[in-house]
Design a protein around this ligand. Structure first.
Ligand SMILES: [Mg+2]
Length: 236
């Protein structure tokens, strides 16, 4: 599937986009992430011409909605897990204890999930490696799952995340063609959902620092960071 095929079916297509590293450059402090200034106008213009435009993110949906003023944009937050109950206080407290052993770890409590970011630690890769096992053991002991992204390990309820969210969107929208763009492992899983759907689709790897090899491997197209993605979306 090429971009030309997406363009040919634009009015019945779905454009599905990750947020961090895809529309917003990755920054050291997750709370300080902002979309590129051109992102909102580009998405707004797309909403007029495309069947459906959605952001699918691990962030709470409100975080993205506040930063992207695009009325017709659909935002699926928390990997599609927003209906899940919050994690137990015990689990949140245990994760805070694990984080406190690594100076500089940023704990992002999203209630249904908790993410531990190591970007601001002295050695982010080593800090992530040291937390991996205790976090996994804690998740296992509580019937939860742990998973990683770029310099982050997160605990959430078991089951599909972005993959499931994309599957649900595609089932509901039934687009004639779909484009998905992302930069991290959860997005590679979303690519798989697109492939399995049988819908004509184009998978875009948004390449930046730390983009996992697997994302590039399963993508049809690579673009250079959020600016490269916006350039591509303008051509549709
Ligand atoms: Mg991302």
């Amino acid at each position: 599937m090429t971009l030309a095929d997406i363009s040919a079916h634009l009015a019945e297509a779905a454009i599905l986009l990750d947020f961090d590293g895809t529309l917003a450059p990755i920054v050291d402090d997750p709370a300080a992430a902002r979309p590129l200034p051109e992102a909102a106008p580009v998405l707004d213009a797309l909403c007029d011409r495309v069947g459906a435009v959605a952001v699918i993110t691990g962030r709470p949906a409100e975080f993205v909605r506040e930063l992207l003023d695009v009325p017709e944009l659909e935002v699926v937050g928390l990997y599609g897990l927003s209906a899940s109950p919050p994690l137990d206080d015990d689990v949140r407290a245990a994760l805070a204890r694990i984080a406190s052993g690594e100076p500089g770890v940023e704990l992002e409590d999203k209630r249904v999930s908790v993410a531990l970011h190591t970007r601001r630690t002295p050695d982010p890769g080593a800090a992530l490696a040291r937390m991996r096992e205790p976090v996994r053991a804690l998740a296992d002991a509580h019937g939860l799952t742990s998973f990683e992204g770029k310099l982050v390990v997160e605990v959430a309820p078991p089951g599909p995340r972005k993959e499931g969210a994309v599957q649900q969107l595609l089932t509901r929208i039934r687009p004639a063609a779909a484009l998905y763009a992302g930069d991290d492992l959860e997005d590679a899983a979303a690519f798989d959902a697109l492939t399995r759907s049988g819908i004509a689709s184009c998978r875009v790897a948004v390449v930046g620092s730390g983009t996992p090899e697997r994302v590039v491997e399963v993508a049809d197209i690579e673009v250079d960071g959020p600016a490269g993605l916006l350039e591509l979306l303008r051509t549709l």
